[in-house]
Design a protein around this ligand. Structure first.
Ligand code: HOZ
Length: 428
């Protein structure tokens, strides 16, 4: 595998950009070595500047559910850009995308668009605090909700990859308002709520945590969160930035049948362009400026080009509901093939999967929370990552991220990946 041009670019980037990257996990420090620089992508594949080709399971960390450069999205983006890139005044595409969100997420009675998942969760929390008049929030260990101050406490994703689940620069006074509990631990949640009665504004949760690897809610856990929040006047926020339009059309809330008060969205909703959204009960959303006292704004919020990409992506998904089954089938075959290869090579592997989201942990036994995710042998993951990359398969460059199958992946990519895994397990 050639890497001369990527290496040169990375050296130059490090002089100009901290760590050479604009988001830490891209620096490959979770697996060692240097990142490659992408020159182009199409369907399920990426090409780097040195001409190497990869089957892509990162899919830009989730947004590229239709694969790269899908024709419908390309056309929508070009058409929108021709009409002007940004106006700073309402445009019709905002209304169309809001309608599509409402169709998929009945709990989202009103929605506001922002430019990233971080903005969505940050704004949702401010709103929950303004609505309830309370300051404290409760989040779960290993859940990642973007990098707003209140949320970088026992956080997953890059923060966990670099062993910084609690970031420097977050005022202690603010961090103290963020309570944490282990995911799937109803007793711990009940104890915290009892000890802070009348003080918790919101419980924010990834209903399918996908930023410490992947783990699933135990039966009844989300229902329990719904009940205890309703009984205590706490706003229940589902962070569906990853699971929205992915775990099912209507996200985890459709899959598990639990209706939160508020929902945060990102990734797929922008079809690869920067879009986030938060929404929920109308009585809560009506507290937002200009109708209410909670301030929130953004020059590029509802940007017409980004809205166009989101609309084209969602319309494609909604028009062909069979796509979810197709991705699920491919991801199931991928998981089975990789599990079989690991078994034959005598490698301990614990797999979690929801539809097209998957994660392979290098350990025995089930992974159901942050503590069990941390049992994974990250050195083994790093070796596997590089062995797969050598064989033209790009997995997430961290054990504490997930993989995605898109509608553009086919049996050919899955077959190639399983063959690469057979060889890669041999060199661990
Ligand atoms: N936090 C993102 C994954 N969960 C990574 C974002 C990026 O590096 O692009």
């Amino acid at each position: 595998m050639k890497s001369d041009l990527s290496s040169k670019l990375f050296a130059e980037a490090k002089k100009l950009i901290p760590g050479g990257v604009n988001s830490p996990v891209r620096a490959f420090r979770g697996v060692g070595g240097e990142p490659f620089f992408v020159s182009r992508a199409n369907g399920p594949r990426l090409w780097d500047v040195d001409g190497n080709e990869y089957v892509d399971y990162v899919c830009s960390w989730g947004p590229m559910i239709l694969g790269h450069a899908p024709v419908a999205v390309l056309k929508a983006v070009v058409d929108a850009a021709r009409d002007g890139a940004s106006f700073g005044i309402p445009n019709p595409r905002e209304v169309r995308l809001a309608g599509l969100v409402r169709e998929a997420f009945p709990s989202v009675e009103k929605v506001r668009f922002v430019s990233s998942g971080t903005e969505a969760t940050m704004s949702a929390l401010r709103l929950a605090r303004g609505f309830t008049g309370r300051d404290k929030i409760l989040k779960f260990e290993g859940c990642y909700h973007g990098h707003a101050d209140s949320l970088l406490v026992k956080a997953g994703s890059g923060a966990l990859t670099f062993g910084q689940p609690d970031s420097a620069g977050v005022p202690e006074a603010l961090a103290r308002l963020t309570l944490t509990a282990p995911f799937n631990d109803a007793e711990a949640v009940a104890a915290i709520v009892a000890a802070n009665r009348g003080e918790i504004a919101a419980i924010i949760v990834e209903p399918i945590p996908a930023n410490a690897g992947l783990f699933l809610p135990k039966p009844g856990f989300l229902e329990f969160l719904r009940k205890i929040t309703a009984e205590n006047g706490i706003v229940l926020i589902f962070d569906e930035v990853i699971s929205g339009f992915r775990a099912a059309k209507g996200g985890a809330q459709e899959l598990y049948g639990v209706r939160p008060d508020m929902t945060c969205l990102g990734k797929i909703i922008g079809g690869g362009l920067p879009v986030g959204a938060f929404g929920g009960r109308a009585d809560i959303m009506d507290k937002l400026a200009p109708d209410g006292p909670v301030y929130q704004a953004g020059t590029l919020s509802g940007n017409p080009v980004a809205m166009a990409a989101g609309i084209a992506t969602l319309e494609t998904l909604f028009a062909q509901p069979g796509l979810y089954k197709q991705m699920d089938g491919l991801a199931a075959n991928l998981a089975a093939g990789v599990a079989d290869a690991a078994r034959k090579a005598g490698v301990a592997l614990s797999q979690n999967r929801v539809g097209s989201i998957f994660c392979n942990f290098f350990c025995d036994g089930p992974v159901s929370d942050y503590a069990s995710a941390k049992r994974s042998d990250t050195k083994c993951y790093a070796k596997f990552f590089h062995a797969m990359l050598e064989r033209g398969v790009y997995l997430a460059p961290s054990q504490f991220e997930v993989g995605f199958v898109s509608t553009a992946h086919t049996d050919a990519e899955i077959g190639q990946t399983v063959r690469a895994a057979v060889e890669s397990f041999k060199v661990l």
